[in-house]
Design a protein around this ligand. Structure first.
Ligand code: ADP
Ligand code: ASP
Ligand code: MG
Length: 412
């Protein structure tokens, strides 16, 4: 079998950890498999590099920033390949441009367009363990690009898809995908399997265990992804095609996302074309607007409220302040102390009253809901950031049945 194994920052955080990773890779090789390994930078390294750049400028040059931050992965792959060779295994480290992981030229958040497989497949056939730098690629003009935070997940899935690997194992510091971030809610439980669509929602709503783009690719190319711990040999969570029985579960996961800010433009005249005038410059500046609400009002003026990622707040505010007098609107207010809390589950398609129950649970805790948005398999709300953890806990308890083991523990 051909297996792609991706190890995250904590899993390669020290020489000792890299030696542990090498043992696991070697064991997979000994079992008769071809192995391509994709690594992140050692934990903390990408942040350290970004911080160096920020000491030079608040907005460092995007091209040079990618040259800088991609260097973290160059270190970890060289170290792992060295350890494997010391152990007597044929290994070879490769950077994104050596393989030709081709991306567009959007520095800092590039998208993979194609992965050249000739060299990869030839080396693998010869029994070499390929150790690939995650998070990086190369654009059409030969410039180094990076794929956005958490991008090594995407490198791994893209390589698995391109080489038609039998499995893509994502080794991380938790032993699978949980019904809520186990660091926020210790009673969350590990999901044995999760559908691609649910994982897409969870990843986009704040569960950073997988980068969203990796899930998109896994779904499109039907890559069997197994999220598991590099510290144990336990089975983790498999990403799978949905089946009938999955709709029985109303809610699979609860997420919170504190990287949100809310902007309100007051007293916008209720006329066609004004929303376009307001949002077009924001979109052209590459700011992703998430939730939007607009209420019809009696005096033909309405407040428009929307959310953007915290890092984009100043850009968005500039555009709104500029547009406001042009469209005859009033004041602009913003609130960065908000959180988006969401529940996700395939069963929402076929069960009524999920939203009502969610609001009831939050009301019982005195949590005020500021905005709501829904899709077929998720409901998201914006609340005061200070209630984020409480909301995750109470929603988890209300919607996700505890496991048998937990029940037993409670009875004891
Ligand atoms: P890596 O460095 O291995 O890529 P990350 O830090 O990117 O690891 O992702 C793993 C982290 O994702 C976990 O430590 C956990 O806190 C967080 N996380 C958030 N939501 C979930 C979830 N639903 N299930 C599992 N982990 C989650
Ligand atoms: N090293 C990069 C980051 O910290 C990519 C990754 O770890 O997936 O975001
Ligand atoms: Mg990650």
């Amino acid at each position: 079998m051909l297996i792609v194994q991706k190890y995250g920052g904590t899993s390669v955080g020290s020489i000792e950890r890299i030696q542990q990773v090498a043992k696991r890779v070697a064991a997979t090789c000994d079992a008769g498999h071809q192995v391509a390994v994709v690594l992140s930078a050692m934990s903390g390294e990408t942040n350290r590099l970004l911080d160096l750049a920020r000491q030079i400028s608040a907005q460092p040059d995007a091209r040079e920033s990618d040259v800088l931050v991609s260097s973290g992965e160059q270190v970890s792959i060289a170290l792992l390949a060295m350890v494997l060779k010391e152990m007597g295994y044929p290994a070879c480290s490769l950077l994104g441009h050596q393989i030709q992981i081709e991306t567009d030229d959007a520095y800092g958040r590039a998208r993979i367009k194609n992965v050249q497989t000739t060299r990869l497949l030839n080396d693998l056939k010869d029994g070499t363990i390929i150790v690939v730098a995650g998070f990086q690629g190369v654009d059409a003009r030969g410039n180094i690009t990076t794929l956005g935070r958490g991008g090594s997940d995407t490198s791994a899935v893209a390589i698995a898809a391109a080489t038609q690997a039998d499995a893509c194992e994502i080794y991380t510091d938790v032993d699978g995908v949980y019904s809520a971030d186990p660091r926020i809610y210790p009673h969350a439980h590990k999901l044995a399997r999760i559908s691609y669509d649910e994982m897409l929602e969870l990843a986009s709503l704040g569960a950073k265990v997988l980068q969203i783009r990796s899930v998109e690719l896994a779904k499109r190319y039907q890559v069997p992804v197994h999220v598991r711990s590099s510290f144990t040999t336990d089975e983790g969570t498999w990403l799978v095609q949905e089946d009938q029985s999955m709709e029985d579960v109303i809610v699979s996961g609860v997420t919170s996302d504190l990287d949100q800010a809310k902007i309100t433009l007051q007293r916008v005249p209720d006329r066609p074309g004004l929303a376009a005038k307001l949002f077009m410059p924001i979109a052209q500046d590459n700011v992703v607007v998430d939730m939007i609400i607009q209420n019809a009002s009696a005096d033909e003026k309405t407040d428009v409220t929307f959310t953007v990622p915290k890092g984009d707040v100043s850009k968005a505010l500039e555009h709104v302040k500029c547009a406001s007098p042009e469209i005859g609107a009033g004041n602009v207010v913003f609130d960065a102390e908000v959180a988006k809390v969401s529940i996700v589950g395939l069963g929402m398609r076929s069960h009524a009253g999920v939203a009502a129950r969610m609001f009831e649970v939050l009301a019982a805790e005195g949590i005020n809901i500021q905005m709501i948005s829904t899709s077929e398999i998720k409901i998201s709300i914006i609340i005061d950031a200070k209630y984020a953890e409480l909301a995750v806990r109470v929603l988890h308890d209300a919607f996700i049945p505890s496991t048998e083991l937990e029940d037993q523990a409670r009875r004891l």
